[in-house]
Design a protein around this ligand. Structure first.
Ligand code: HEC
Length: 150
């Protein structure tokens, strides 16, 4: 193969690799438009809730919530639990329409499963089964206005 063609092939291959690398960088997973502001987690947003929000699931979620979450997020979810008083940031109000970490079931699920780094919001992924986590999501969704797609 003549040198010039080889060279051309090399350049083409290199360009292709570079554009793949750049595309990968620009589609960063975690979108934080402003530090501390509302943002979205793309993979989390796509997670589908496999547990229908029927009365039994919401009731199971409610029981778990009162055991594990109400101490900070409050009995009615407004974020006024006694355990949260000293925390900064404060426990979120789960009964309003604002979702700092995204409003979809998948995003809420991910926050509860993984926690929020450097805040009082710990990960519950190892304390509950996946089904229980979705029950809690269904309960949390039931106490506030339904916002955004599920
Ligand atoms: C020790 C206190 C504490 C406990 C217990 C706790 N949380 Fe939180 N939670 C927080 C704090 C603090 C934040 C705010 C994090 C932030 O501002 O990024 C938070 C944030 C959240 C969010 C994100 C809300 C949003 O606006 O996006 C959800 C959902 C949530 N908690 C659900 C739960 C559930 C469900 C439980 C129980 C399984 C629970 N939390 C237990 C302190 C707590």
């Amino acid at each position: 193969m003549p040198i010039s063609i080889r060279h051309a092939l090399f350049v083409v291959t290199l360009t292709a690799c570079l554009s793949v690398a750049l595309a990968a960088r620009s589609s960063q997973e975690h979108q934080h438009p402003a530090e501390g502001g509302a943002h979205h987690h793309r993979t989390a947003a796509k997670l589908k809730n496999p547990v229908p929000p029927k009365a039994a699931s919401v009731a199971a979620g409610k029981a778990l919530y009162h055991k594990q979450c109400a101490g900070c997020h409050g009995d009615t979810g407004t974020g006024d639990g006694a355990m949260g008083e000293e925390l900064n940031p404060k426990p979120s109000n789960l009964a309003d329409a604002d979702w700092k970490h995204g409003a979809t079931d998948g995003e809420i699920f991910t926050v509860i499963r993984d926690g929020v780094k450097s805040t009082g919001m710990k990960a519950y992924g190892h304390k509950m089964t996946t089904h229980q986590l979705w029950d809690v999501v269904n309960y949390v969704r039931s106490i506030g206005p339904r916002t955004g797609p599920s």
